[in-house]
Structures are given as structure tokens and as C-alpha cells.
Write a protein that binds this ligand. Structure first.
Ligand code: NAP
Length: 277
């Protein structure tokens, strides 16, 4: 039994489709609201909340392989629940910031989860993706409303990754030998700026998407109101304020692990145009 957490999210929903298509199984998807979840046929929807690790017990029953999105609850308790349930292998979504910005608080939290997993006695595979293409969904309301997209660091080009490519790597790690004890830094195939992302969405929609660069201070005020000042500073550092060669580097890990090249941002934009209509 494979349990996919974050199963309604960007990576998890793509991963369930990948696992289902390749005949892996049985499969289970975790969500806090099974009534809302739309999973492929024969995927069992199970409810559980990371905020209450005891609620994960039924979901973990009989599970041997676990796909885990992290930092959404007490990861120590979640990993302990998995160990007690007899999980043998965990594929963990961490972050590339563990190696590019280890001094930042969120990166330190990701490193702590990685260390907990390595010390757990379960086999592990760690995925360290860079910034997701799906982060552009934060512009969806503005674009749908024909308003101007406003973003800082408009000309910083990052090798943004299609979440489907993280899912593809996870599917291989969960179903094929040779990936236990490995840490994979994952990026997209080319650097893309925020302005180019807005242009790619415009091309997918077949209409203009007005774009304006805003200052770090303006962006910080908006973001801090949602997730706090420290997290806002960390996000702003890793999206343009304090980038480094390690973060800007394009890697071919996706293609090495899956045999298929990583998908460019414009492909994500065209596949997800409906979100911006
Ligand atoms: N965005 C980035 O640029 C970036 C970069 C590096 C790493 N990451 C990591 O990527 C992961 C997010 O992946 P994603 O984009 O695929 O997710 P997402 O689309 O943001 O969706 C979040 C998922 O987590 C589930 N979830 C949220 N809170 C939960 C809780 N308390 N208990 C159980 N499940 C919960 C949601 O399920 P329900 O709502 O159905 O319960 C949903 O499936 C996080 O671990 C994040 O740290 C993100």
C-alpha cells in the first residue's frame, strides 16, 4: 500500500495519477475532506489531519511506502506514527533552500525534517525542489479580474519546476529500486523570470496580462499580513533578494531519474490556463 499525502495538492494529485497509470498499488490519498477529493478510480480517499497525528492512524494502516509533504504539521509526530505503523520507505518533499539558504528559518525546518527521517530507521528518499510553477496561481484572482499582476524581482530568472515533474520523480522513487538513501535537488529545464511567467500565462490565455514590478517593501507588506514577517523575508530572499549560483543553477535530475526532460513553465501555464480564465 502506498499512501500519498498532500493528495489534493499540486504534487500529490499528479502523483496519484502517475501511480495509477503505471499500475502501482494499492493506493491511498490523504485529505482533510474526503467528500471534496477527486481521485483516480480505485484510489482510496482517507481522512486525516497533520495537526492531529493520531488521526493519521487509519490512513497509515497497512502502508509500506509513504509520500510525505512536510511542514504542514508536527513532522516528528507524523514520522513516528509512520514508523509505528510499519512504513518501510518515505519519499519526503523538502526544499532546495536546505542547500541554497541554510541560514533561513524555513530551510532550517526542512533540514530538521530530513534529519528526523534519516534517524527514523525507515528507508528514505529526499526531494529538494526549487520554486514551483504553481506558485503563479497566487496571481489567478488578479488575472481573472483583468487586473495588473504585481510582483517583486521581476527580472530574476529562477529554474522554476513543474509540480508534475516532482511527482514523476516521486513515482519512480516509490516504485523502482535504487532510489533509497538518495537526495535529489530538482529544478525545471530553464530559468524564467516573473515577467516571463506572466507573458507565458498571457500566451496561454491569448490575451494581454498587464504586469508591474513592485518593491520588496510593497511585497513584504502584502506577504507579511498573510504568513508573517519572517516567512515573508525568507520568500523574498529566495525569489530575488538574496539569490546565489546554487539557486540559479539548472539541474538535469528530473531527466536523470525519470528519463523524461523537465517541463518548461510555458507548458505548466498552458496546462493550467483554465485557472486564469
Ligand atoms: N511552493 C513552493 O515553491 C515549494 C518549494 C519547495 C517545497 N515546497 C513544499 O511543497 C509542499 C506543498 O506541495 P503542493 O504544492 O503539492 O501542495 P499544495 O498544492 O499547497 O496543497 C497542500 C496539500 O497539503 C494538504 N494539507 C494541508 N494541510 C494539511 C493538514 N493539516 N493535514 C493534512 N493534509 C494537509 C492539502 O490537503 P487537503 O486540503 O485536501 O486536506 C493539500 O493536498 C510543502 O511541503 C512545501 O513545503 C513548496
Amino acid at each position: 500500500m502506498i499512501l500519498v499525502t498532500g493528495a489534493t495538492g499540486n504534487i500529490g494529485s499528479a502523483l496519484l495519477k502517475e501511480l495509477h497509470a503505471c499500475g502501482a498499488g494499492p493506493l491511498r490519498g490523504l485529505t482533510r475532506d474526503a467528500a471534496r477529493a477527486v481521485f483516480p478510480d480505485q484510489v482510496e480517499a482517507v481522512e486525516g489531519d497533520f495537526a492531529e497525528p493520531a488521526s493519521l492512524k487509519p490512513a497509515l494502516d497497512g502502508v509500506r511506502s509513504l509520500f510525505l509533504v512536510s511542514r504542514l504539521g508536527s513532522d516528528a509526530d507524523i514520522l513516528e506514527a509512520a514508523r509505528q505503523a510499519g512504513v518501510e520507505h518515505v519519499v519526503l518533499v523538502s526544499s532546495i533552500t536546505v542547500q541554497t539558504h541554510p541560514h533561513l528559518g524555513p530551510a532550517g525546518e526542512n533540514l530538521a525534517v530530513e534529519q528526523l527521517l534519516k534517524a527514523s530507521g525507515m528507508a528514505w528518499t529526499i526531494l529538494r525542489p526549487t520554486q514551483f510553477a504553481s506558485n503563479a496561481l497566487m496571481w489567478a484572482a488578479s488575472i481573472r479580474g483583468h487586473e495588473t499582476v504585481r510582483a517583486p524581482y521581476a527580472e530574476t530568472a529562477l529554474p522554476t519546476i513543474h509540480p508534475g515533474d516532482i511527482a514523476a520523480v516521486a513515482r519512480v522513487a516509490l516504485t523502482e529500486p535504487g532510489h533509497q538513501g538518495r537526495t535529489y535537488a530538482l529544478t525545471g529545464p530553464e530559468p524564467v523570470t516573473a515577467r516571463q511567467q506572466a507573458e507565458a500565462i498571457a500566451a496561454a490565455l491569448g490575451r494581454q496580462v498587464p504586469f508591474a514590478e513592485i518593491s520588496r517593501q510593497q511585497a513584504h507588506a502584502q506577504m507579511a499580513a498573510v504568513f508573517g514577517a519572517e516567512a515573508a523575508d525568507a520568500v523574498l530572499d529566495v525569489t530575488g533578494g538574496d539569490v546565489n549560483d546554487e539557486l540559479l543553477m539548472v539541474r538535469d535530475t528530473v531527466s536523470q531519474v525519470t528519463g523524461v526532460p523537465a517541463r518548461p513553465f510555458r507548458q505548466w501555464a498552458s496546462e493550467n490556463a483554465v485557472a486564469f480564465h
